[in-house]
Write a protein that binds this ligand. Structure first.
Ligand code: DX5
Ligand code: ZN
Length: 222
């Protein structure tokens, strides 16, 4: 693995009344993770297109938009126009033709492409899509809420996805999402992840820049 480590603070754990300030406080991170939920694919409802448009105006950070929505193909164009740099769709959200269609629309808009795997989905399910992807996102909690416990059982999935990436698309990033904290990030890193979403471990701390440094240190310290 030759990728540098990237941190992606998740604004799901930010204070939405002070979103601009919270985003500014994590600007030392490379990516900003935006969790879009529709109340159907997951039992929670969060951020939509107008919020992504506003975020785009306030930051130059790489906007990593995680779509936890059914039939994502219908919403790709709107999120691309709103300023997403990366759109990640869930493999389980519209299998298999809808996912193929969603990836094609993402490509047509010149946006980077990711596919996410729920914990129940086997690593090999990514193989048909992997050659064209910029990111594989391995969920390390059940998607839907911040602040959940990291699922150690997903380390095997991370290892398997790392082998597949190294074998057929080494430039693809391996992102992990859920329960990433100073005591879990090293295990995910050692298993092969290079990009780490962290919500509560960053926005749950008063000093967000220090929280990001702690995460980087916990990763590189190993
Ligand atoms: C959960 C979201 C995550 C969430 C992570 O479904 O996809 O991005 O914000 O939150 P933490 O880091 O608190 O587990
Ligand atoms: Zn997420």
């Amino acid at each position: 693995m030759s990728q540098s480590v990237a941190l992606a603070p998740s604004i799901l754990s930010a204070d939405f009344c002070r979103l601009g300030e919270d985003i500014a406080a994590v600007s030392s991170a490379q990516w900003l993770h935006v969790d879009v939920m529709d109340g159907r694919f997951v039992p929670n409802l969060t951020i939509g297109v107008p919020v992504v448009e506003s975020i785009r105006k306030t930051t130059g950070m790489f906007l990593d938009v995680h779509l936890m929505i059914e039939k994502p193909v219908d919403m790709i164009a709107a999120f691309a126009k709103a300023g997403a740099d990366l759109l990640t769709v869930h493999l389980e959200a519209d299998m298999p033709h809808g996912i193929r269609g969603a990836l094609d629309v993402i490509t047509a808009h010149g946006v980077k492409k990711g596919v996410a795997l729920r914990p129940i989905t086997k690593a090999e399910a990514i193989l048909p899509y992997l050659p064209e992807l910029d990111v594989v996102l391995v969920m390390t909690v059940e998607p839907g809420f911040g602040g959940q416990k990291f699922m150690e059982s997903q380390l095997d999935t991370i290892r398997a996805v790392r082998r597949y990436i190294d074998g057929c698309n080494p430039a693809c990033r391996l992102e992990v999402d859920g329960g990433i904290a100073p005591d879990t990030i090293a295990a995910a890193f050692e298993a092969g992840a290079d990009t780490f979403v962290a919500g509560s471990a960053v926005f749950g701390k008063a000093d967000r820049a220090a929280a990001l440094d702690t995460l980087r240190g916990a990763c590189h310290g190993k």
